[in-house]
Write a protein that binds this ligand. Structure first.
Ligand code: CTP
Length: 406
């Protein structure tokens, strides 16, 4: 996907060993369609050369406010006027202090001060030793920078170049990329608490075997990510899948349908939107054996009895909050045929205002999908597209409907 197509990012590097990650970040931004203008402080040039950054960004790098390449000799004005955002990565403790005080004694801080504050957001990816990060001066500066309108992209935790372990590492390039993409998404779910179920469930037969299905969880994870990008607080209840957790999403791993029901019921009372994408097993073995079931030599297969699993979506949708739409419930229908008829029938049966149909065998495990939205007013097709693109469209539709309810 080209999530940053048409965006022009000024990538500012201040001095820190995390400059090596800025090279990868620059590439990642460009791969997503952005154009990137690199500006480096003198200290940054101690860690990585402008040659590297020029080669990666395909643009001359700026490092001095006296750069005569600009006809008006004002790179701090020209560079900041073109930008859709200025991203400082890495942002050193010293550079944060400079930003805080509005210092303007070199190009990067001068450009940040000179930017049109209402049009050009400033994103900060701090990088420093854990003691520097935890120091009251840094934390104070951070709070004030946020109060002044800067967006903090957070820090990572772990082994640091100095040999110590703790908070303060710069986030990884892929994490920063995800945050920058999220930053540009419309914040249509600010203030909402979104609960999502995703993936298959696993119903144990005995300690080594069980019943599951082909759901990959990709659609549900994409919806959780899109909801987070839209500004919601998101809890993702995931069946057994090995997908990475989207940035900023709280994940609860579960196995069986009953585990999933418990996790959902615990979080439903504070949720305002519930999206059930999980492919919940309809039945579970009536009793799971404590020990592995062995062949007994008779040639006869064991007789397994089954019990129907609780319907998680229906339980939530038919609760008082679901009925009053204080909790807006969205169901999915994975069908193999007659999508429209099954989706309409399922919407009525589950008691949800919005049901999203898809053809299961055509989408399980794939990175793209096609959706059919069914509500009380009719149907709407969402043609085949990457799951994240569909998830964003669906979030926009949910936002429209929840606003209408409110
Ligand atoms: N669902 C659920 N709990 C269940 C079964 C389904 O929460 N025990 C939810 C799914 O997450 C989905 C919707 O209900 O949002 C429809 O799921 P689907 O498997 O398509 O339908 P079923 O209800 O299982 O009906 P059928 O098997 O007859 O198609």
């Amino acid at each position: 996907m080209n999530d940053l197509a048409g965006k022009h990012i000024v990538l500012g590097l201040s001095g820190g060993i995390a400059c090596y990650k800025a090279a990868e970040l620059c590439r990642a931004l460009i791969k997503e369609g952005a154009t990137v203008q690199v500006v480096m402080t003198e200290a940054a040039e101690q860690f990585i050369t402008p040659v590297t950054m020029q080669a990666l960004s395909n643009r001359p790098v700026y490092g001095s406010q006296w750069d005569a390449r600009e006809p008006n000799n004002m790179p701090h004005i020209n560079l900041s006027r073109e930008a859709d955002a200025i991203l400082i990565a890495p942002c050193s403790a010293d550079f944060m202090a400079k930003l805080l005080h509005g210092r303007a004694d070199e190009l990067l801080s001068l450009m940040c001060l000179a930017r049109p504050i209402a049009q050009v957001p400033l994103l900060i990816a701090p990088a420093m030793n854990r003691e520097m990060w935890a120091h009251p001066a840094t934390q104070r500066n951070l709070a004030q920078l946020q109060a002044d309108g800067a967006t903090l992209l957070g820090v990572g935790s772990g082994f640091q170049a100095c040999g110590e372990t703790g908070d303060g590492r710069m986030l990884e390039p892929q994490e920063l990329l995800e945050d920058v993409i999220a930053f540009f998404q419309p914040k249509v779910l600010t203030g909402q608490q979104v609960l999502v179920t995703a993936g298959p469930t696993y119903e144990a037969i005995d300690p080594v075997r069980g019943i599951t299905n082909l759901s990959s969880g990709k659609m549900g994870f994409a919806i959780a990510r899109a909801a987070r990008e839209a500004g919601a607080q998101v809890t993702l209840v995931a069946g057994p899948v090995s997908l990475p957790t989207p940035r900023g999403v709280t994940r609860i791993d579960v196995k069986s349908a009953q585990n999933m029901l418990e996790a959902v019921m615990q979080h439903a009372p504070i949720a305002t939107i519930f999206v059930a994408t999980a492919a919940v097993a309809d039945w579970r073995p009536a009793s799971a054996a404590d020990q592995k079931i062995k062949k007994d030599g008779s040639g006869q297969a064991p007789q397994l009895g089954f019990t129907e699993n609780p319907d998680i979506l229906a339980s939530v949708a038919q609760s008082p909050r679901g009925q009053s739409r204080a909790l807006f419930c969205v169901g999915f229908a994975a069908e193999s045929h007659d999508l429209l008829a099954h989706a309409q029938a399922k919407r009525a049966r589950k008691g949800v205002p919005l049901l999203v149909g898809n053809i299961g065998p055509a989408t399980f495990g794939q990175d793209d999908n096609a959706l059919l939205l069914v509500d009380e007013h009719g149907t709407q097709d969402m043609p085949r597209a990457p799951k994240l693109a569909l998830a964003r469209q669906l979030i926009a539709e949910i936002s429209r409907r929840t606003r209408a309810v409110a």
